[in-house]
Design a protein around this ligand. Structure first.
Ligand SMILES: [Fe+2]
Ligand SMILES: [Fe+2]
Length: 471
């Protein structure tokens, strides 16, 4: 087989052509990636032409090009944000020292683990979403799904580049394992639980891109602070793409709300049964989906008390998102008031960093809710969507299995079990949502449960043929 010319095939700004050993290692991995894409990526659309954005540089204005591409021909590139001259470590016990251009021996296995855990989520989400294309509500949405999918593929490339370039043989083995674990696989599941939940309907997809991709944003932000400079630069560029994934979630849910309000107005009712009969998602049902995906994503930040996150911070491996906004970057003397089921405890701030991150994540989550609620208010309804309490339905940490309502009230286990399907989707709710998932592929047409977007992609009209389906 002819060897692949990476400098032609793979856009990169890491001088791949000058590092033959690395180039060969990636050449070896590349066909495995493509096999994985064809076997585990979106089913049945591999020969369709999709209007996709491809990263081609890291210029703030003009970092991507747009055009029709068959997904297996997507040019998955390797890009690091431009280096910051004489960058210093911005937090932890080594604050002020030079950032690392190589991996320090003592942090090798921890850094590798951090990169593998992040890397594992990228292909996992593609696997979770692989069947969604069949029930797309429009070509516009189908294109957005595939855009997210190919970019998660590129994020996998980004992490695999780091593993290959900086972690020797262990890194190459980990890169293979990233293709061997699969979402929901009984024997070899993905590392984090949320990434093993199937995403079988588009309401879940919008919630996933709103909540779970936003967790990704916060993880990337904290890794962008890392003293290990190549990791920092990699994550900074990934954040550029990540913004679109959350846009898909926020506007997706917003369009569901908009359509539901139209149906409520048309029928002159707030009765969920009548709204469902008209083929729309009633707001209490949407609230259940928000509760499910928000609580599931909150677990991704880890336990409230974590000695790992304390040492990762102290050692400079992983900071807080937007570290510069804080005053104290060492935290050796700081305390944190942590809410637990037994009451408020004073704990060392260093050990509570997962909780600090979770709090800033939740603030970011509020932005969409405000926007959706404004639409509901303007339509004249009293109903309001809300984020669930961070203590609701947690499956790790201080609140694991505590019978807490989405409003944050502790109830008896019996009451919780009895009422749980007032709060998260029941089998019946899910079946109803699935029943709405009818494929719509005429350019510009939308499924009945979601309003059209306000504008198309890259200044094209909404009715542009964003995906040319293969005959
Ligand atoms: Fe990603
Ligand atoms: Fe993403």
């Amino acid at each position: 087989m002819a060897s692949i010319n990476y400098t032609d095939k793979i856009p990169n700004n890491v001088n791949l052509a000058n590092d033959r050993a690395l180039q060969r290692a990636l050449e070896h991995w590349q066909p495995h990636f493509l096999d994985w894409w064809k076997g585990m990526g979106p089913t049945d659309f591999q020969t369709s032409e999709v209007y996709l954005r491809t990263a081609t540089s890291v210029d703030a204005d003009g970092w991507a090009t747009y055009g029709a591409v068959k997904m297996p021909d997507y040019r998955w590139g390797i890009f690091l944000a431009d280096p910051v001259a004489e960058r210093k470590i911005g937090f932890g016990d080594n604050m002020g020292q030079d950032a690392w251009q190589q991996v320090p021996g003592e942090f090798r296995s921890t850094l590798r683990r951090l990169i593998v855990t992040q890397g594992d989520t990228e292909p996992a989400s593609v696997e979770q979403q692989r069947l969604l294309g069949h029930t797309c509500p429009s070509l516009y949405d189908l294109r957005n799904l595939f855009q997210v999918n190919v970019e998660e593929g590129r994020h996998l490339w980004a992490m695999v580049y780091l593993l290959h370039a900086y972690f020797g043989r262990d890194g190459r083995e980990e890169a293979e394992e990233l293709l061997a674990r699969h979402s929901g696989d009984a024997d070899k599941p993905r590392i984090l639980k949320t990434f093993n939940e199937p995403i079988s309907d588009w309401l879940s997809f919008f919630c996933f891109t709103y909540f779970t991709d936003r967790d990704g944003k916060y993880q990337l932000k904290s890794l962008a602070e890392s003293a290990f400079d190549p990791l920092s630069r990699t994550c900074r560029f990934m954040l550029t793409e990540e913004a679109h994934h959350m846009f898909v979630g926020e506007t997706g849910i917003g369009r569901v709300v908009k359509r539901t309000l139209e149906v409520m107005k048309e029928l002159g009712t707030e009765d969920p049964a009548r709204i469902r009969a008209a083929g729309a998602v009633d707001l209490p049902l949407l609230q259940k989906y928000l509760n499910f995906w928000c609580s599931s994503s909150l677990d991704l930040f880890g336990s409230e008390i974590s000695s790992n996150s304390a040492s990762n911070f102290a050692n400079g491996l992983k900071g807080r998102p937007d570290e510069t906004q804080y005053e104290d970057h060492v935290l050796r003397a700081a305390q944190f008031k942590l809410e637990t089921p037994k009451g408020v405890e004073d704990v060392p701030m260093l050990n509570a960093l997962n909780e600090v991150m979770r709090e800033s994540y939740l603030k970011d989550c509020e932005i969409g809710l405000k926007r959706w609620n404004r639409a509901i208010e303007r339509a004249g309804y009293a109903f309001r969507l809300a984020l669930p309490s961070p203590h609701f339905r947690r499956s790790i940490g201080a609140w694991v299995d505590a019978p807490v309502t989405p409003e944050g009230k502790m109830v008896s286990r019996e009451e919780y079990d009895k009422r749980v399907h007032e709060w998260i989707p029941s089998a019946e709710d899910r079946a109803f949502v699935r029943s709405l998932m009818q494929r719509v592929v005429e350019p510009g047409k939308m499924a009945g449960w979601v309003a059209p977007p306000e504008r198309g992609i890259n200044n094209l009209p909404v009715d542009y043929e964003y995906v040319k389906l293969a005959a």
